[in-house]
Design a binder for this molecule. Structure first.
Ligand code: UDP
Length: 241
């Protein structure tokens, strides 16, 4: 499948048309942004890692009954995906307090929740992705009650599957962000990516951060962290084969 016209360039990916109107090619870049685009940089090799990691995790989820947009990895940076209309919600699942949760509610990072939290933000850069609840999402016409219910169920199932996968790699899944999309018949499937850009991943023993927080907070060792988390995933995938 060849790349056609570029349809879109986002912060971390470009999207291309293909000869099949139902399929797109996403191409992962090394560009990194944080704080709604205010901080910019490059993480060398990130695009390759995020592409491969997202594909491996989506394949795993798919095997466990979660429908995803993943079709086929075409190269180190390029992947064929199903075309969807993105539901303009960022779906955030948290197992442990961190990031904006710790900041907004004035608590420390690292509190282990007795059950996961699911929250939604309105995917709108101009507004800074504001937090919203179910009734806000319905009032804004972003989704339907049925879709929200389905998205919440998928998000919690995905949390269980990802937590247990990462645990087997010696990694604690702190929180993550998902995006869902609709196929032309209205079916809701998982889209976007699952990577160290979109998850908080801590070494289970040392608590070391192995994700984009190293970039956001200028902790150093950014590239090393991305390589470390990828090599843990690859080792685990090999032993499962
Ligand atoms: N996240 C993301 N994109 C966003 C906002 C958050 O991928 O635009 C991810 C982030 O990497 C983390 C989780 O969602 O794993 C929760 O992020 P949080 O709300 O704490 O916001 P942050 O502190 O990253 O601004």
């Amino acid at each position: 499948m060849e790349k056609g016209a570029q349809l879109y360039e986002g912060k971390a990916k470009k999207v291309f048309a293909t000869e099949d109107p139902d399929l797109l090619i996403v191409s992962y870049k090394d560009d990194a942004t944080a704080f709604n685009g205010q901080k910019r940089g490059t993480i060398i090799g990130k695009g390759v890692i995020n592409n491969k990691m997202s594909n491996a995790l989506m394949s795993m989820l798919q095997k466990h009954g979660i429908p995803t947009h993943f079709v086929e990895q075409l190269s180190d940076r390029d992947t064929l995906v199903k075309r969807v209309e993105i539901v303009p919600l960022e779906v955030i699942v948290r197992n442990i307090s961190a990031g904006s949760f710790a900041k907004n509610y004035g608590v420390q990072e690292g509190i282990v929740f007795s059950e996961p939290t699911v929250e939604f933000t309105y995917k709108n850069d101009a507004l800074g992705d504001p937090l919203l609840n179910d009734s806000h999402a319905l009032a804004l016409g972003l989704t339907t009650r049925e879709e929200l219910e389905q998205i919440r169920n998928y998000a919690l199932q995905i949390d269980k599957l990802l937590q247990s996968f990462w645990l087997s790699c010696g990694v604690t899944l702190v929180d993550f962000k998902l995006e869902f999309g609709r196929l032309s018949d209205g079916t809701v499937i998982l889209a976007d990516e699952i990577s160290p850009d979109t998850c908080r991943l801590w070494d289970s023993k040392t608590g070391e951060k192995l994700d984009k927080d190293r970039f956001r907070r200028d902790l150093g060792g950014v590239e090393d962290a991305y390589h470390e988390i990828m090599s843990r995933l690859e080792k685990q995938m090999e032993t499962k084969e």
